[in-house]
Design a protein around this ligand. Structure first.
Ligand code: SF4
Length: 234
């Protein structure tokens, strides 16, 4: 397995744990607001980090690092190589978190059933009624299946959404909340236009934080639960 980026130590990526964060290259989506376009398009300048270097690092930091977080890009497009790497990490005793755009149901199931993910970070990009229109017919069913499956184990899933004005408003967010109300939390992150995959997205103004706070409170009150948590942009 080859990674294309590495943050050696993070105190925020795995809740309550010290983690190391590995970035995979390539993605099957082209979200206009994506803030990692160099990973999506696999820029030549990205490093190539072989798993042996990572495993050696982990071996020497047992007891200092608790968890390994895999993010991207879309990690699950690499499942044939990622799976044996995860097995080695698990055998070493580390917790594992994997981020996914939720579009690859079979790999998600394969890794989940093997017990190789202690925590999933799952994108919930749009109301499912809009998935087809914005991301294409192909992904609609898979994304719904991954979310449904993840919500069966809410302690093992962080559901998160980048709030992007062309996709989200009060109505769409209410619609989305109905589908994920059994999650422990639904994390919102406000869209940032400074660095995006699409040029057009850079011309779009994010919602003002007070409006997001207002929608959060309305939805949380409606479903009688502190479901929505707004996270700072990272
Ligand atoms: S935001 Fe995530 S799913 Fe979308 S293009 Fe970027 S890496 Fe892929």
């Amino acid at each position: 397995m080859v990674f294309r980026g590495w943050l050696r130590v993070s105190f925020i990526e795995y809740p309550g744990k010290i983690s190391t964060v590995l970035f995979t290259g390539g993605c099957n989506f082209r979200c206009p607001y994506c803030h990692n376009p160099e990973l999506v398009f696999l820029k030549e300048s990205l490093p190539q980090i072989h798993e042996n270097i990572v495993l050696d690092f982990l071996q020497r930091r047992k007891g200092m690092i608790d968890a390994v977080c895999i993010t991207g890009g879309e990690p699950l497009i690499h499942t044939p190589d990622l799976f044996p790497f995860l097995e080695k990490v698990k055998q070493m005793g580390f917790l594992i978190k994997i981020d996914t755009n939720g579009s690859l149901f079979q790999p998600f199931q394969q890794i989940s059933q093997a017990g190789l993910a202690d925590l999933w970070g799952i994108d919930y990009k749009l109301p499912f009624s809009l998935y087809k229109k914005v991301l294409g017919e192909k992904w609609h069913k898979n994304c719904q299946s991954v979310l449904d499956q993840a919500l069966k184990n809410p302690n093992q899933a962080e559901i998160r959404t980048t709030i992007y004005p062309p996709f989200h408003d009060e109505k769409t967010l209410f619609e989305m909340a109905e589908k994920c109300s059994s999650a422990n939390h639904w994390y919102w992150q406000n869209f940032q236009p400074q660095k995006t995959l699409s040029e057009e997205a850079r011309t779009i103004s994010p919602y003002v934080p007070s409006l997001l706070n207002q929608w959060r409170d309305l939805i949380n009150n409606h479903i009688q639960k502190d479901l929505i948590v707004i996270r700072p942009y990272s």
